[in-house]
Ligand binder design. Structure first.
Ligand SMILES: Cc1cc2nc3c(=O)[nH]c(=O)nc-3n(C[C@H](O)[C@H](O)[C@H](O)COP(=O)(O)O)c2cc1C
Length: 204
């Protein structure tokens, strides 16, 4: 029952949070969020979120603006080691807002933005024979990204952070910004920050 109560508390706390303070997200909190999303599960080769046929087509890019102990920049999350690997990429200020279909300003204000990408070619090929329209792999990728976001959102809620999924984006433009290989696609974004309400500096 205790676990059930904890779960219900977390589910109630999981709400989209779009107003962030200027505070940095603690790096250990960020790593817990990423681990909840796509980290390798202790004891086997599988991950924290489910994947059809354990294919694991998702890859997380992490745009860090303000996180303690981490230089601003673009990182790739390594599920096995639970580490961030710095990439050569830079996402210019304003670039994320420019791909928003709805002028979602929190894309620029979030301390961290996780970009969920997927090896769509691999997913489509793997499940090609399962359905006549050949799109099953795409549906599975979207489903797995949803499970990943929900895991991250519960971790964000548990740690008193704020987060929101942003899917209203020009995925192709963002794919160019991230210089993704042709077989990779952007699926969705997840913004993370320290909520305005819980940051002492925001309290007059
Ligand atoms: C598939 C999906 C796409 C979404 N896209 C956006 C988005 O582009 N921008 C945004 O600010 N919120 C987006 N949201 C968040 C919803 O607006 C939010 O979940 C909804 O208002 C319910 O509020 P809650 O998350 O606090 O329960 C999206 C949510 C889902 C599930």
């Amino acid at each position: 029952m205790e676990l059930q109560r904890t779960l219900e508390t977390l589910l109630l706390r999981r709400q989209s949070g779009r107003r962030y303070s200027s505070a940095a997200v603690p790096a250990d909190a960020l790593m817990r969020v990423l681990h909840a999303g796509q980290g390798q599960r202790a004891g086997d080769e599988k991950r924290m979120a489910p994947s059809a046929h354990a294919l694991y087509p998702l890859k997380l890019f992490v745009l860090v603006r303000r996180a303690s102990d981490l230089e601003p920049g673009v990182y790739e999350f390594e599920p096995r080691q639970g580490e961030l690997r710095r990439s050569d990429l830079n996402i210019a200020a304003g670039a994320l807002l420019s791909v928003s279909l709805a002028g979602d300003e929190w894309l620029e204000q979030a301390a961290v933005v996780v970009v969920i990408t997927a090896d769509i070619r691999r997913a489509l090929e793997h499940f090609r024979d399962q359905q006549a329209d050949g799109m099953r792999g795409k549906r599975y990728v979207d489903f797995e990204a949803g499970a990943t976001v929900q895991n991250m959102a519960l971790s964000v809620a548990a740690q008193g952070l704020g987060g929101v999924v942003v899917m209203g984006i020009d995925e192709q433009q963002l794919k160019r910004y991230l210089a993704l290989e042709s077989h990779m696609e952007v699926v969705t974004l997840y913004c993370i920050g320290v909520p305005v309400e819980s940051h002492a500096a925001d309290t007059p």
